[in-house]
Design a protein around this ligand. Structure first.
Ligand SMILES: Nc1nc2c(ncn2[C@@H]2O[C@H](COP(=O)(O)OP(=O)(O)O)[C@@H](O)[C@H]2O)c(=O)[nH]1
Ligand SMILES: [Mg+2]
Length: 305
């Protein structure tokens, strides 16, 4: 098995999509050789993981499609990891979306893998980190990770990606206030998609104000208007992404921060491994009936000294 795993690792590095698919399945399901596959990865490679997050329906998958089309013309090799149950990259998607995607499924320069979301965000996130790191071992120019941004997951994707693109749509205008708290912290680039809509300008302006308030020595965060369905603004978005990635090299502090977040997630997931959520619920349902129920006494059994 060990020899076999080493072989898969080598084949992934040499660009075999078949080996990559097998490797991801091994990591996803923690099959034999899972740990050694990850232990043999080489992590000091150029930054090129791009996270694309935002609310459902914001046009993330459409943006990814448009970016793929754009970068294919530049002969880039790209991997897409879609962590969105409603994504057109998934088979459950509408027929129209699937047809739209099919040109990429057979393209030798594009590798697409969709992952089902499973229960706890923490658990999911550790898996995405592991799978993304495996995909990074393959000779891709860019690795795009699409995740649905719902609350906490936006923050989590930030620890994964070298560049985080937050896609919003004009309807999100009233959310700009809440954006200040979470999303502002994690976004490297804002996209106002569906920019053909009337209220796009208002959202764009509010985001520009936020970006201005948050400006650092490195300048203001780019805010880019796109119409993903017509490729409008895609060239600008693509160059904002590559500019940001290029800058990462000069930011060892940022890299340390990203690695620390990833390490934290991986340790957390490992430590929580033997805590079965359903069993905890069942045990708790029984324990809470008792008159002397105490949550701290209850949780003790899960906390090893
Ligand atoms: N009018 C308009 N529709 C768009 C645009 N971008 C995406 N859409 C549509 O919005 C819907 C949701 O897009 P999708 O990419 O699946 O969103 P996701 O859930 O964020 O991945 C689809 O019907 C797209 O065709 C845009 O710029 N303008
Ligand atoms: Mg999607």
């Amino acid at each position: 098995m060990q020899g076999n795993i080493r072989q898969i690792g080598e084949q992934v590095k040499n660009g075999s999509f078949l080996a990559l698919a097998r490797g991801i399945t091994i990591v996803e399901n923690e099959l034999d050789g899972y740990a050694s596959l990850l232990l043999n990865l080489q992590d000091n490679r150029p930054a090129r993981v791009v996270g694309i997050t935002g609310p459902p329906g914001a046009g993330k998958s459409t943006l990814v499609n448009a970016l793929l089309r754009y970068w294919l013309k530049e002969n880039k090799k790209i991997a897409v990891i879609a962590v969105d149950p409603s994504s057109p990259f998934n088979y459950g998607a509408l027929l129209g979306d699937r047809i739209r995607m099919s040109e990429f499924y057979t393209n030798p320069n594009i590798y697409i893998r969709s992952l089902a979301t499973r229960g706890a965000l923490g658990g999911l996130n550790a898996k995405i980190i592991e799978i993304t790191d495996l995909v990074k071992a393959a000779p891709f120019d860019l690795v795009l990770v699409e995740t649905v941004g719902v609350g906490q997951s936006e923050v989590e994707i930030a620890g994964l990606a070298d560049c985080t693109v937050v896609a919003l749509v004009p309807e999100a205008g009233d959310e700009v206030q809440t954006l200040k708290a979470g999303v502002m912290e994690i976004a490297d680039i804002f996209v106002v998609n569906k920019a053909e809509r009337d209220d796009a300008e208002a959202l764009y302006r509010s985001l520009r104000i936020l970006a201005h308030e948050k400006a650092t020595d490195e300048g203001e965060m780019p805010v880019i208007k796109t119409i993903a369905t017509t490729d409008a603004g895609i060239a600008e978005l693509a160059s904002a992404i590559t500019d940001h990635l290029a800058k990462q090299k000069e930011l060892p502090a940022k890299r340390l921060q990203l690695l620390a977040q990833k390490a934290w997630q991986l340790i957390q997931s490992h430590r929580m491994k033997d805590v079965d959520h359903e069993k905890l619920n069942r045990d708790l349902a029984i324990a809470m009936q008792k008159d002397d129920f105490n949550l701290y006494a209850f949780t003790r059994q899960f906390i090893k000294a």
